[in-house]
Structures are given as C-alpha cells and as structure tokens.
Ligand binder design. Structure first.
Ligand SMILES: Nc1ncnc2c1ncn2[C@@H]1O[C@H](COP(=O)(O)OP(=O)(O)OP(=O)(O)O)[C@@H](O)[C@H]1O
Ligand SMILES: [Mg+2]
Length: 350
C-alpha cells in the first residue's frame, strides 16, 4: 500500500495554477524525488503534503488517513528546508528539542531522543554549540536531526543541499541516503539539480508548469523520455529540428536524412545524447547516420571532451568522447565524421 498518496492535487492562486492536477503514490520506505525547473511547483507540492498550503482541490492521504484538512502539527512529517532555519540563539540540543517541546514531550524523555538523533547524523559531540559555531554541512545535519528526532512517518526535504559547496554536497547526499535506508523512512525530496536527483532517488517525478511530465526510474527518464521537455531536462540532449518523413526517417531543416525508430509525419525534433554519438572513420561515410562535419569548438572536461561539430549550416551537434592518452584529440577546424545508431535518436513531434 502507498504510504503517501496525492490524488488530483491542484493549488490555484487566482487564475494561476502553481500545482495542476498532481497524482502520486509513494511507497513505504521509498525515496522519491520531485525534479523540475524553478517555479514549476515543487515546493508548493511539498508544502501541501506538510500542511502549510491548503490545496484548492484534491486530497492527500498518509497511510489509511485522509490528512488533507489536518494542520501541520498534527501530521507526523519531518521537514528540512533549503535554508537550515535553525534558531540562532539556541544551542544544537535546544534546536532539536524544540520539535519535541511542540509535541509536549516530558523533558526527561527528551534527552535520550536528542542524543540518538545527534548520533544518527554523527554530531554527538556538538550538542552545546550554537548554529554559528558550526559549518554549513553541520548545520544541515542538525536540521536533519531535528526532523528525525520525533520519528516522522514521512520525511520532506526541500533542496536540503543547495547551500553546501559541491564536495560537501556529495558527502551529505550519501549520508542522507544511507540514513534514510537504515531508518526505512518514506521520503520526498525536492530539487532542481538533476545530478542530485539521479544519484539519490529510487524514483523520480519530473515536473514543469505545475504538472507531472513523467514518473519513473533513472533509466526510464534517461532512455525513454516521454516528451522533449524531459529529454532536455534529464541528461543532456542536442536537438535538431526538422520533420518526420514516413517510417524510420527524419529529415532535418538543414537537409540531413536520419534513420530513426518509429513512424509518423509532420514537424518534429530529434534528440541526440552527446555520449551516444561517436567519431567514425571516413570509411563509414556511406552508412546510415554517418555525417561529415567540422569541429567548431572543443570543451575539455578532463576524462571527457565535448566536440561541437557542425554538420550543416543549420545543424551543430555535441559529441562527447573519452579522453584517452593514446588517441590524439581533434583540433578546431578539423574535418570529422559523426555517427550514431538508429535507436539513439529520439524523435518528438513538435
Ligand atoms: N503564495 C503564493 N502566491 C502566488 N503565487 C505563488 C505563491 N506561492 C508560490 N507561487 C507561485 O507558484 C509557482 C510555484 O512555486 P514553487 O515555490 O512551488 O516553485 P518551485 O518549483 O519550488 O521553484 P524553485 O525551484 O525556484 O524553488 C511559482 O510561479 C510561484 O511564483
Ligand atoms: Mg522551491
């Protein structure tokens, strides 16, 4: 049974729908990530689950209970926000105790719970410090301890890592995920960072303009994006505009004839993953989907190199190649051949 269930949830502000008919089921112990660009309705969705925003329509269930009309403090949800929102004048221990006091827990019962929560986030030794005496990563972990201390039924994380530097973000990501697994906590995390989403999620929900565009695993979204927006937002894609021209054929605006899967006619867009494109030998030029081009730009990324290759006056693609010492890199202006398999290109009607 779903632990948490949103059914046709909509939130309107006047004529504008911040969340538009969102339905979702989150399984017990699942780590679900809501991913989407700024303003797409992620935080609003999370705040509806937490009870801080009342939906205009639809319902939220936690386990067997309809919690749509319950105030936040009667929902057993642990929250961690983007800004750590710790009380600056309270120690770490007092910050964590706050949620327990709100729930009217007797003082004597609190101490072991606080110790346990701090141990979980590996900050046992810092309970007496003030937030300003902690690093960003430590403050974030206090915020997490504060959300965990009352053993929530569901953990809600809103961009919890966005204030951390890249290295720390990587570490705290792993910590949060391991802790969540250990405790079997049903979790919904919001982020606009696709790498964070892909590395942390059991399942992902891609949103734009208040609506769900696709729900699925990493592979579903990456290999089988349901629409152009998803192909663009998850992973990298180069898009080539043109039209479908009968079964298995796409013709680009610049006149390239591309073999592809599927059928149809009319204007369309071909999405190509840079890492699925390859440099071919000139001998392959007669094959399907092998086109001559000129290297116009090179970006060196260490283990990989992006080549921006012009295939026609209207088309330029990115080819990501491995940087290997034995293979000399092309130079700007060099003539190359670029190829890809028929199944690589995905065509979206436009
Ligand atoms: N109280 C409000 N009144 C009017 N509009 C609102 C209100 N709260 C949110 N919105 C609008 O609803 C949309 C969704 O906001 P939301 O905060 O959910 O976005 P988000 O996906 O979390 O974005 P970000 O990644 O920038 O945090 C935005 O266009 C926002 O301006
Ligand atoms: Mg937000």
């Amino acid at each position: 049974m779903a632990r948490l269930q949103l059914s046709s949830v909509t939130k309107s502000y006047g004529d504008f729908k911040a969340v538009d008919d969102v339905s979702l089921e989150i399984a017990d112990g699942e780590f679900l990530v809501l991913l989407g660009p700024s303003g797409c309705g992620k935080t609003t969705t999370l705040r509806i689950v937490a009870g801080f925003v009342e939906p205009t329509a639809g319902s939220v269930r936690l386990g067997k209970d309809d919690i749509t009309a319950l105030p936040p403090w009667k929902r057993n949800a642990g929250l961690v926000f983007q800004s750590y929102a710790l009380f600056p004048h309270m120690t770490v221990n007092e910050n964590i105790a706050f949620g327990l006091e709100m729930r009217r827990m007797p003082k004597a019962e609190m101490a072991p719970k606080i110790t346990e929560a701090l141990r979980l986030v590996r900050l046992d030794h810092l309970g007496d410090r003030l937030p300003r005496q902690l690093s960003g990563g430590q403050q974030q972990r206090v915020a997490l301890a504060r959300a965990l201390v009352f053993r929530p039924d569901v953990l809600l994380l809103d961009e919890p890592l966005s204030n951390l530097d890249a290295k720390l973000r990587g570490e705290v990501r792993v910590e949060i995920r391991e802790l969540q697994r250990k405790l079997g906590l049903t979790t919904v995390m919001v982020t606009h960072d696709q790498e964070e989403a892909l590395t942390m999620a059991d399942r992902l929900v891609v949103m734009s303009e208040g609506r769900i565009r696709q729900i699925g695993s990493q592979q579903d979204l990456y290999e089988r994006p349901a629409e152009k927006f998803v192909a663009d937002f998850v992973g990298r894609s180069t898009f080539i505009d043109g039209r479908r021209d009968g079964p298995g054929r796409f013709v680009s605006a610049g006149g390239l004839i591309v073999a592809c899967e599927g059928n149809g006619s009319g204007s369309a867009s071909l999405a190509l993953r840079p890492e699925r494109l390859a440099l071919m030998s000139a001998a392959a030029a007669a094959m399907d989907n092998c086109f001559p081009g000129t290297v116009e730009f090179i970006s060196y990324l260490g283990s990989q190199v992006d080549l921006h290759v012009r295939l026609s006056p209207k088309e330029r693609v990115i080819v990501q190649i491995q940087n290997r010492p034995e293979a000399p890199l092309p130079v700007i202006g060099e003539q190359v051949h670029v190829g890809w398999s028929k199944s690589t290109g995905r065509v979206f009607q436009s």
